[in-house]
Design a protein around this ligand. Structure first.
Ligand SMILES: Nc1ncnc2c1ncn2[C@@H]1O[C@H](COP(=O)(O)OP(=O)(O)OP(=O)(O)O)[C@@H](O)[C@H]1O
Length: 620
């Protein structure tokens, strides 16, 4: 493609983007936009009208004693009234613009984050390019639509202004009108080039700015604060943050320098045109060809035309970045969401969930994580999953939640491939405690209620599951009970309430467990290391409770403490992406394979003659 074709393509895309921004504004605030547009056109013609009245006033005054005082007064009052009213109209326009701006911001945020929550699976969230686009698109919600509509309004106002003022100059010095328009045209073209530089720079630096943001948020992150202080890593992180900033600033300054050179050239060109014009007009006045009012009219018109061009130039400065940001926003909205052919609803599980010759990897070129896994989790039955770190256990959980799809093989829900099922409906049939569970800066009740959005406010249900997770007493004892905000960094939005309360690691884990128990009508309960942070007594009791609570549901339990899996109906050992053994605890111990080896290894850690003596005493 030739450079010209590329430029044409870019220009067309920019026009489409600006059009979409205007359409968004129009849809968000049609009445305000129409009003603001009308006022914009009016203010655009004020300068020429005021200039015209002033010219006639000066010409009248220049007549001296022969002047018509009534006419002069009317012209003077008229010019002053127009200037005063124009100011008031500008103030109204400013208010309208900010009202429109808020409506547009709301509309953009609603659609942008509405799309984000619609995105199925996790692949977008693990893609740096997606985050880069999201960052730019989020900027769009702050400034871009507003800047683009502001640009169009300024363009409109300036076109009216330049048009009317040029007509005025045409009557005084026709050649000058042409020269002024030419200089303005050159200025605008140059500014478009600058604007494109800015857009290209934004695209290039998006990841650098993301790194800078990452380091700066890490430096104030309450969870990171412990390790950063312990390791004395603050300086290192600060250096990295500043290095990112330095890289960005040197490139920003480079573009700013080139822009400044261009701008200085343009200013000199404009000054030269003005000097030439003034020379011609003043000479005309001295020679008696032009009246004093003509000189005043010319000078004010030239200033007006230049101000109009400057207004557009200033708007164009950030336009490239705004077009890019708004373009990213439009691209994100175009990502596939929940639309498309309706998927089958998910029936209650009757037989079981099956992985059949399941092959999976996170990246098309990455290593296989699952290599032909076969596993059946029967409805109402329990399966324990065992394996060393990195064996693929949590990946299997994420597949069951349909955060990813298999590359080869099948995941079957009662014999139906899950790809044929609605993922959201499927997830409603699951209760899952993730290994890397979340600790939300919400109240205790909200932290738990979130597990079943339909019963978010159901205090009785929240309390019931907190009891199952043995957290009721602890939460009741908090300063505001279940209403206590569990955050060390936030207070409620009014700035009151009790903040600064947090839980211990094991308590947070119990809250996460309670959250996953909120949904009652589920078929598959998945617990990925649900008790790793619990003390031994609590672990034992909670497992008994979960056995009772999970009865009648399919259960997949993952734990490195093999003793907690002993009672599972089936235990599968995952190794190097494959199920290498499966059976009951007794069968696997008898087989003397990997499970038996791991179990004996753990049990040997507890070998102590006092343990045996205590057990005998307890038995007696
Ligand atoms: N989001 C991801 N993107 C790319 N690779 C990943 C991702 N998550 C996990 N992996 C890789 O997949 C492999 C299996 O990880 P997984 O978390 O499933 O193991 P695990 O058996 O649950 O381990 P652990 O016992 O430590 O929790 C690992 O090699 C890991 O590096």
């Amino acid at each position: 493609m030739t450079g010209e074709a590329v430029a044409r393509g870019l220009f067309r895309r920019a026009l489409r983007t600006v059009g979409a921004a205007l359409a968004l504004q129009w849809r968000g605030a049609p009445v305000l936009s129409a009003f603001s547009l009308t006022l914009t056109v009016c203010t655009g013609s004020v300068a020429a009208t005021g200039g015209w009245l002033t010219k006639h006033l000066l010409d009248e005054l220049a007549k001296g004693a022969a002047a018509d005082s009534g006419r002069a007064l009317a012209l003077g009052v008229g010019a002053a009234a127009i200037a005063g009213t124009a100011m008031a109209v500008l103030n109204v326009t400013e208010y309208l613009v900010s009202a429109i701006r808020w409506r547009v911001t709301l509309a953009v945020e609603r659609s942008l984050f509405g799309k984000v929550i619609e995105l199925e699976g996790l692949k977008y969230f693990e893609d740096p390019a997606f985050h880069g686009r999201l960052k730019l698109a989020h900027e769009a919600s702050q400034e871009a639509p507003y800047q683009l509509t502001e640009l169009v309004q300024t363009l409109l106002r300036s076109t009216v202004m330049v048009g009317t003022l040029s007509a005025v100059v045409l009557t005084v010095a026709p050649a000058m009108a042409l020269l002024l328009l030419l200089a303005g045209g050159v200025g605008l073209t140059a500014q478009l080039v600058r604007s494109r530089w800015g857009a290209e720079l934004s695209r290039t630096l998006v990841q650098t700015y993301r790194w800078r943001g990452f380091y700066s948020s890490l430096l104030v992150d309450v969870r990171a604060a412990k390790e950063i202080r312990l390791f004395g890593a603050g300086e290192l992180l600060l250096d990295r943050m500043l290095a990112a900033l330095l890289k960005a600033s040197s490139q920003e300054l480079n573009v700013a320098r080139r822009g400044a050179v261009l701008q200085v050239g343009l200013s000199l060109l404009t000054a030269a045109v003005t000097v030439v014009g003034t020379f011609i007009v003043v000479r005309g006045a001295v020679a008696g060809r032009l009246a004093i009012g003509d000189v005043a009219l010319f000078l004010s018109s030239v200033a007006g035309i230049q101000a109009a061009f400057n207004g557009v130039v200033m708007q164009l400065e950030g336009a490239g970045r705004s077009v890019l940001a708004f373009g990213s926003y439009l691209e994100l909205l175009a990502l596939p969401g929940r639309e498309g052919a309706p998927l089958q609803p998910v029936p209650a599980l009757r037989k079981g969930v099956e992985l059949r010759d399941a092959w999976f990897r996170y990246d098309a070129n990455g290593p296989w994580v699952l290599k032909g896994v076969n596993l059946f989790i029967p409805a109402g039955g329990s399966v324990g999953l065992v394996g060393v770190n990195g064996a693929g256990k949590s990946s299997l959980v994420k597949l069951l939640c349909r955060f990813y799809d298999l590359e080869k093989g099948q995941l079957l829900w009662d014999g139906v491939d899950v790809r044929e099922l609605d993922p959201r409906a499927l997830r409603l049939r699951l209760a899952v405690t993730f290994q890397d569970f979340m600790a939300y800066d919400f109240t205790a009740a909200e932290n738990i209620g979130l597990g079943d959005v339909a019963r978010f406010q159901d205090a009785a249900r929240v309390r019931a599951v907190a009891k199952l997770a043995e957290m009721d007493d602890t939460l009741c004892a908090l300063p505001s009970g279940y209403g206590t905000l569990l955050s060390r960094t936030l207070t409620d939005e009014e700035g009151g309430g009790t903040g600064g309360v947090s839980l211990s690691g094991g308590q947070w884990q119990r809250v996460a467990l309670a959250r996953s128990l909120m949904r009652e009508d589920v078929d598959l309960l998945i617990l990925d290391e649900p008790s790793s942070g619990l003390d031994a007594g609590a672990e034992y009791r909670i497992h008994q409770t979960l056995q009772r609570h999970g009865a009648g549901r399919a259960r997949l339990l993952i734990s490195h403490r093999l003793s907690t899996l002993r009672s599972a109906g089936l235990i599968a050992v995952l190794s190097d992406g494959q199920v290498v053994e499966q059976g009951t605890h007794d069968e696997l111990m008898a087989a003397g394979g990997e499970y038996a080896r791991l179990f004996c290894l753990q049990a040997s850690g507890y070998q102590d003659e006092r343990v045996a003596a205590r057990a005998t005493e307890d038995a007696a």
